[in-house]
Design a protein around this ligand. Structure first.
Ligand SMILES: NC(=O)c1ccc[n+]([C@@H]2O[C@H](COP(=O)([O-])OP(=O)(O)OC[C@H]3O[C@@H](n4cnc5c(N)ncnc54)[C@H](OP(=O)(O)O)[C@@H]3O)[C@@H](O)[C@H]2O)c1
Length: 332
């Protein structure tokens, strides 16, 4: 495993991290979740990403339990706040009230005194940005989080947050967007601003939720147990990629991966890591062997000719529109 700085910060994180959206507390049993976390640690993954909202708050508890007994200083634990965590009108968003309540809930469930990175899971149109950042400054200055990040914020929102963070003497160091060979919407605006401000991308769904592993074949039912068969939530989220034109185009990457001596999953993870503004690729996994496969992408250099051929194959189905970086127009 290779390690990168999180943006311009002094903290190093594993360039492949493990996230537990959809999986822990939902798609997979606790025992399987723990087995994945233990394998991740054995493979050199030290960075773990979760959120208060995942699996109705259960995902944080599963991760906290799985990491129990680990040396805290050897881990980087990331969580998030914004999406609803309860039925109340204040159990959501980025108000001072919800941030203060949510960080305490997250720390309790994660069984830790602090998180390394506290991320704003979307931009909250219903709270003044100053209120959010003043609350975050209190979270950081009380030692409950070390660094601040955002997720799916537009370039101008990142810049506004960055300036407030500086004034308040806290560090906004990361952005967590969706990024993969199929979803490149950050390249035009978010990445240039982030490079200028020293913000690193921690990218989600680098495998397009499993689609880029090539295991979903056009015109055929999805493999049993895969995300596309998870009726609790996974099937709904992956549906955007489950189109025959996408699945058949993705199959054309297979010979390219083989020529490079990589599995398709490794090619997909290595592809996002070629972007120097990416600090880490957050992979998901329902089984330990998926992590064993995916981590081999660490340190892989893809040559220019291969990158060009990937672009030629995928061009008709790649999404590049920067307007697809968005937050809800109303607080959920
Ligand atoms: N900030 C945000 O808004 C946001 C949104 C989404 C995700 N995230 C973060 O990003 C993390 C990763 O997202 P993701 O789970 O969608 O990422 P992903 O790595 O694109 O997809 C992971 C899924 O693909 C399948 N898979 C993984 N490796 C495989 C392999 N080698 N062979 C075959 N199948 C494989 C597994 O699903 P099956 O076995 O079920 O098929 C696994 O759960 C999340 O856990 C979360 O931390 C953040």
């Amino acid at each position: 495993m290779e390690y990168r700085h999180l943006g311009r910060s002094g903290m190093l994180i594993s360039e492949i991290s493990y996230g537990n959206w959809v999986t822990h507390g939902s798609q997979v049993e606790a025992e399987q979740a723990t087995a994945c976390v233990r394998t991740a640690l054995d493979l050199g993954i030290t960075t773990f990403d979760t959120a208060d909202v995942y699996a109705g708050t259960r995902a944080e508890a599963v991760l906290g339990e799985a990491l129990k007994g680990e040396r805290r200083e050897g881990l980087e634990i990331f969580t998030k706040v914004y999406w609803p965590t309860g039925p109340g009108r204040n159990d959501r968003g980025l108000s001072r009230k919800h941030i203060m309540e949510s960080i305490n809930g997250s720390l309790r469930r994660l069984q830790t005194d602090y998180v390394d990175l506290y991320q704003m899971h979307r931009f909250d149109v219903a709270t003044p940005l100053e209120e959010t950042f003043e609350a975050l400054a209190d979270v950081v200055h009380s030692g409950k989080a070390h660094y601040i990040g955002v997720s799916e914020w537009k370039a101008e929102q990142i810049r506004a947050g960055y300036e407030l963070a500086r004034e308040l003497k806290i560090q906004l160091v990361s952005s967590q967007p969706q990024y993969s060979m199929l979803w490149r919407v950050i390249e035009a605006e978010v990445v240039p601003v982030s490079e200028e401000l020293g913000i690193g991308q921690i990218v989600w769904s680098p495998l397009a939720q499993g689609v880029l592993t090539g295991k979903y074949l056009p015109g055929q039912p999805p493999p049993s147990g895969s995300r596309a068969t998870d009726e609790k939530s996974g099937a709904m989220f992956i549906s955007r990629f489950m189109r025959d034109d996408v699945l058949s185009t993705v199959q054309k990457l297979k010979p390219l991966a083989e020529q490079a001596g990589l599995t398709m999953a490794q090619l997909a993870v290595a592809w996002v890591l070629q972007n120097p503004n990416v600090s880490s690729a957050i992979v998901g996994a329902t089984r330990p062997d998926q992590l064993t496969d995916n981590v081999k992408a660490s340190g892989v250099k893809l040559d220019t000719e291969l990158l060009k051929r990937i672009d030629e194959v995928l061009d008709p189905i790649v999404e590049r529109d920067p307007d697809k970086t968005e937050s809800p127009s109303k607080r959920p």
